[in-house]
Structure formats: C-alpha cells, structure tokens
Design a protein around this ligand. Sequence first.
Ligand code: DGL
Length: 259
Amino acid sequence: MIWFFDSWFGWLQTMKYFKEMYPEYDYIFFADTKNCPYGEKSWEEIRDFTFKGLNRLFDHWAKIVILACNTAAAYAVRSRQTLYPEKKVLSITIPGIEEIIKRDKTTGNVGILATQATINSNIYNDLFARFWGNGDPMFNFVMAPELVHIVEKELYNTTKIETTIKDYLSKFENIDYLILWCTHFPVLMQYFKDQFSGDIIDPSIESAKKFWPYLERHNDIKEKLSANSNISCYTTGDKETFDKIGSQIFWSPIQSQTI
Ligand code: DGL
C-alpha cells in the first residue's frame, strides 16, 4: 500500500497522477479534514497535526507515506528522517524543486504560490539554496489562502475562481515560471493555464514521475507494495461531504471512512 497524507483534497489530485502512472498499486488516503486548513494554523499546530497524523498511519502499518501537503512538509521535512528512521516519508516538495532547477538553472524569475504557513516557514529558501547551488534565480512569493477555501467549498463558482486567480497572479511581477506549491491549487489548473502563459510547475506530477526511479533504487520497498488496484480513503471529518467533493475532483466515486 502507498499512503497519502493531506489536510483535505489536495492529495486527491496528487493521487490521480500516481494512479494514472502506476495503476496496479493499492493506495490509501488520509485527509485530516477536521484540522484543515493547515495553512492558517501556527507552526506548532501544523507540526502537531502532521506528526499525529503520520503516527496514526504508522499505527495502521503504513510503510511508505507520501506527504501530499506542502504546508505539512514545510514543517516536517527537516525532522522526518530522525523521527521515523525505519519508515519512508516522501515529501512532494523536493521533486518540485528539482524540476524547476532542471528547467532553468540560472535565470528564472520564479513565482511561488502557496499557503501563508508554507511561505512563512522559509523552508523553500533553505531547500532552494541547498539544491540550486550557484544560480541566481529570483523568487516571488504570494500567499493564496482563498484558493484553499474555493477548492473545499466553491468549486462550482467559476466567476469567483477566475477573479481570485487573476488577483493573485497580478501580485507577481514578470514571472517566467509559476510553482503551484499547495496541492489544492492544481485542482484549478485549467484556470491557471487560461490566465498564465509561462511554465506552470505542479510538484505532484513531478513526484509521480520520480516515484518509479525511486522504487528502482529501493527494491526492498517495491517488493512489499501490494498491487490489487484498490483505493481506500479515510477522513477525520464528515464522510458525506468528503465523498461528494472527492468524487467531483477525482472524477469517479469515492467512498471514505471517518476515523
Ligand atoms: N494542501 C495543502 C498544501 O499543499 C494545504 C492546504 C491547507 O490545509 O491549508 O499546502
């Protein structure tokens, strides 16, 4: 089983890419819906929710967890190997960084759209400095909390989606690349494409692409993954809402259980 973790619906989008690329595997999704949005919480709360959530998954015998939440990853990425030396917690943030570096090593003017907590964590400055080396890219950060609310509650409201995205994009100056650094945002990908003509990077797609090379390097994990094409979903919140919106995003029926 491959487990995914997010505060709510972002992981569905991430899972969609994994499912498309690796349909044979079994997937389990855990959404900490009750505590969403993480992006508006303090760093202590986010760390607490993230580690409690991960512990719950490990209690359910999870061996490999994809942290499909950039906000949770921002506060857990430094300590995950120390806290869970026996387990694999893969963060989707690093493949996103590797991709932008691959596309433009030195000159990119990069726009990063994320939750407040992710931007306030400063983790990306650390990660970029570590991975980028000597380049001199320009980073522009814009916090986009309203988009998380829209994905959770107002996916039908196309006018609001268009104006909100337009408003956030207008805060960037001449960017060449846009990184959607919150797993909720790519649910609105078509709207971003309509309004932004540069390159859009979705870390979830990059993570899915890099998953196979990862498994090739870790045969011990690959051998243990069950492969019956099953999907199960757990939420800490209301099952009916979860199934309704989840099915809309995933384009096929979702049946969750509350835990
Ligand atoms: N989907 C999450 C992320 O990738 C966060 C949304 C939230 O809970 O604020 O950052």
